[in-house]
Design a protein around this ligand. Structure first.
Ligand code: MEV
Length: 434
């Protein structure tokens, strides 16, 4: 029986679960025990997780793995990654090792400016609006000083506020387009608080200056941050690309570059190509307690900045030198949010040697580049299924509840046999019928 309910959030955790089990699981005790099995026995730790969100019923685990051997600007990192996809960490580790012996990754932050906007409509004379804005611009900033003073003490704050006329796109539509430096914080709360204060001052001052016809629609940061930009690259002589998977480096380099060009010009391929980039990026963003939805939205918008969805990575071959790079917007924080709350996030940041936000931008961009390098290297040489299915083998064995003996026997067997779902089913059936 499925009921609507009011006051759900006021129920205790157990009451919420009881309601769910009664409404959707015919009072099945097994369904209930799945939820409680995932509660942490450390009550304080569980309470911390319960209080991250509303209506928590249990924890949802993802594996946290690490990819060692990342040499970034001559500094060695072991990168934490939270991800469920079998082959991602293996691929990242392989790419890290490959480039470790070829000079490693170089990364630089190009800029760190973040953006927020007060969207409003105005029906009066444009010149009046411009004069009014110029007259109150410093007051907009001054009225936010309670919010900005700590950030300013550390060297950040509001960079500028512009009045933008968007009436060419939408009748009567204008913006207060503000830019911010939020240092080591991702800055969403800081920016949104400033914007709401700008909107308040704007409305009050409009009355004080007898400016009629302003209607504030909303005030919100933008997750499109094309000025919060990081670049990461690898480069080496083509002949140095040679390894056991790349017996003919010149042929490899040419094909690899072609694959990147295809992703640059063909949106269907670009989306999958960038999905591979995001395999690396999201996993580190998540492990370090950052907002992967914000990063995803901003990165994909950036991938479309020329009007067509395109590759986030690029490749050049000049004078027999192979260069592969990524340039992406990343609004990340290493203070605030979950960073000092979630014990595993704290661990991940410590593992990365307590990076500044700028360092984390570089690390995350490198993880994306490495992931893409590994994917495109496989795609243009062996194909991805060989490696992917090897990693996925364990998932299939677990689906069949294989015990340790069965697992080791089948892992051995599939070292020399192609892994497909049906081949695994056949092998396990055969083994069990012995
Ligand atoms: C799979 O998660 C990601 C890839 O499809 C990326 C790509 O095709 O470049 C392998």
């Amino acid at each position: 029986m499925q009921n609507s309910i009011s006051g759900f959030s006021k129920l205790s955790k157990t009451e919420k679960i009881d309601w769910l089990i009664q409404s959707y699981f015919y009072n099945d005790e097994c369904a209930k025990s799945i939820l409680t099995q995932y509660w942490n026995s450390d009550k304080k730790l569980q309470k911390l997780h319960d209080e991250f969100i509303e209506n928590t019923i249990t924890n949802f685990y993802l594996p946290l793995g690490v990819a060692p051997n990342f040499l970034i600007n001559d500094h060695l990192y072991t990168i934490p990654m939270a991800i469920e996809e079998s082959s991602v960490i293996a691929a990242a580790s392989k790419a890290a090792k490959f480039w470790l012996n070829r000079g490693g990754f170089k990364a630089e932050v190009i800029s760190t400016v973040k953006i927020g906007q007060v969207h409003f409509t105005y029906t009066g004379d444009k010149n009046v609006l411009h004069s009014f804005f110029n007259a109150i611009k410093s007051k907009l900033i001054a009225d936010a000083s309670d919010i900005t003073k700590n950030m300013e003490r550390r060297g950040g704050g509001i960079l500028d506020i512009e009045l933008r006329d968007k009436t060419g796109d939408l009748e009567n539509y204008y913006q207060l387009h503000a830019t911010f430096e939020t240092l080591d914080a991702m800055g969403a709360n800081f920016i949104n608080s400033c914007l709401e204060q700008f909107a308040n001052t704007f409305k009050i001052e409009a009355q004080n200056h007898d400016v009629d016809g302003i209607d504030v629609i909303m005030s919100i940061l933008s997750n499109y941050v094309p000025e919060c930009l990081v670049k990461a690259e690898v480069r080496c002589k083509i002949e140095d690309l040679k390894d056991k998977d790349i017996p003919e480096p010149y042929i490899f380099a040419k094909k690899f570059k072609q694959a990147i060009t295809i992703a640059e010009i063909e949106p269907h391929r670009a989306v999958t190509h960038n999905k591979g980039v995001m395999n690396g990026i999201d996993a580190v963003v998540l492990a370090t307690g950052n907002d992967f939805r914000a990063v995803e939205a901003g990165v994909h918008a950036y991938a479309s900045k020329e009007g067509n969805y395109s590759s986030l990575t690029h490749c050049s071959i000049d004078n027999d030198e192979f260069c592969f790079w990524i340039e992406i917007p990343l609004a990340l924080g290493t203070v605030g949010g979950l960073t000092s709350l979630h014990p595993l996030v704290k661990f991940a940041l410590q593992l990365l040697q307590n990076p500044k936000a700028r360092d984390l931008m570089k690390i995350v961009a490198v993880a994306g580049l490495a992931q893409n390098f590994a994917a495109v290297k496989s795609l243009t040489t062996t194909g991805i299924q060989q490696g992917h299915m090897k990693m996925h083998l364990m998932n299939i064995l677990n689906q069949f509840d294989a015990d340790e003996t069965e697992k080791s026997e089948l892992i051995e067997y599939f070292k020399t046999t192609t892994v497909t779902h049906s081949a695994v089913v056949e092998a396990i059936t055969k083994l069990r019928s012995k």
